[in-house]
Design a protein around this ligand. Structure first.
Ligand code: B16
Ligand code: MG
Length: 217
C-alpha cells in the first residue's frame, strides 16, 4: 500500500540542478579544470565535497583539505547567489498539483535531498507546509547511492520502506531508492536511470493515479 512519497529536490521539484552546474562551472573555470554538462551529470545527487573531489580528480589537481574546504565554500557562495531569485514560479510543472493531491489523500510527503541548502530552497518555493519530514543532509553519513537518506525519511515517518515511493532525477538517487527497497520513479532520460521501476520524461506526468498504478503491480 502506498503510504508516502519521498522526493528528491534538485531536478525533481525545481531545476536547481542548472544552478549547481553554473556554480561548479564558474569554480572549475577559475581553477582551470575542464568542466562540461556531460561531466556535470555525474555530480547529480552527489554531495558538495564529493562533487569537488570528482572535479579535482578530472583536472589532476591535488589540494590540501583546507584548500578543498575553501573551494567548496566558494562554490556554495556562487550557488547561494543563484538561488536568491527562486520563487514559486520555479516549481517544475505538475509538482504543486501532485503535492496537493498527495496531501488530500493522506499520503505522507518527505524530502530526501543531498543539498544542505534544501530548506532554503523549499522556503523560497513556498512549499514547506506540504512536507511531513525533511531530511537534514548534514546528518546523513553516507550520501546517495547509499540508501541512508531514503531509509531515514521512511523511519522518521514511521512507515515500512516497501510502502514508500522515491522520485529522483539522478542515477545515484535511483540506486539509493532501490537499495532502500522502495519503488523508484525516475524523471528524465532513460539511459541514466536503468534501475528505475518507472521513468517519466517530465514532472507533469507525475500524478497520484500513476503512482498508485505502479504500486498495485
Ligand atoms: P549542496 P539532490 C544534490 O541535491 C544535487 O543534486 C547535487 O548536485 C549537489 O551537489 C548536492 O545536492 C549538494 O548540494 O551543495 O547545496 O549541499 O539532487 O539530492 O536534491
Ligand atoms: Mg536530484
Amino acid at each position: 500500500k502506498l503510504e508516502a512519497v519521498i522526493f528528491d529536490l534538485d531536478g525533481v521539484i525545481t531545476d536547481t540542478a542548472e544552478y549547481h552546474f553554473l556554480a561548479w562551472k564558474k569554480l572549475a573555470d577559475k581553477i582551470g579544470v575542464p568542466f562540461d554538462r556531460e561531466f556535470n551529470e555525474k555530480l547529480k545527487g552527489i554531495g558538495r565535497l564529493e562533487s569537488l573531489e570528482l572535479i579535482l580528480n578530472q583536472g589532476n589537481k591535488k589540494l590540501t583539505e583546507q584548500e578543498k574546504l575553501e573551494l567548496a565554500k566558494e562554490k556554495n557562495e556562487y550557488y547561494l547567489e543563484l538561488i536568491q531569485g527562486i520563487t514559486p514560479a520555479n516549481l517544475l510543472p505538475g509538482i504543486l498539483p501532485l503535492l496537493k493531491e498527495l496531501k488530500e489523500n493522506g499520503i505522507k510527503i518527505a524530502l530526501a535531498s543531498a543539498s544542505k541548502n534544501a530548506k532554503t530552497v523549499i522556503d523560497k518555493l513556498q512549499i514547506k507546509e506540504y512536507f511531513d519530514y525533511v531530511v537534514d543532509a548534514a546528518k546523513i553519513k553516507k550520501g546517495k547511492p547509499d540508501p541512508e537518506i531514503f531509509m531515514t525519511a521512511a523511519e522518521e515517518l514511521n512507515l515500512p520502506y516497501q510502502n514508500c515511493i522515491g522520485i529522483e532525477d539522478a542515477e545515484a538517487g535511483i540506486l539509493a531508492i532501490k537499495a532502500a527497497k522502495m519503488m523508484a520513479i525516475g524523471v528524465g532520460k532513460t539511459d541514466s536511470m536503468k534501475e528505475a521501476d518507472l521513468i517519466v520524461k517530465d514532472t507533469d506526468e507525475l500524478t497520484l493515479e500513476l503512482l498508485k498504478q505502479r504500486f498495485s503491480i
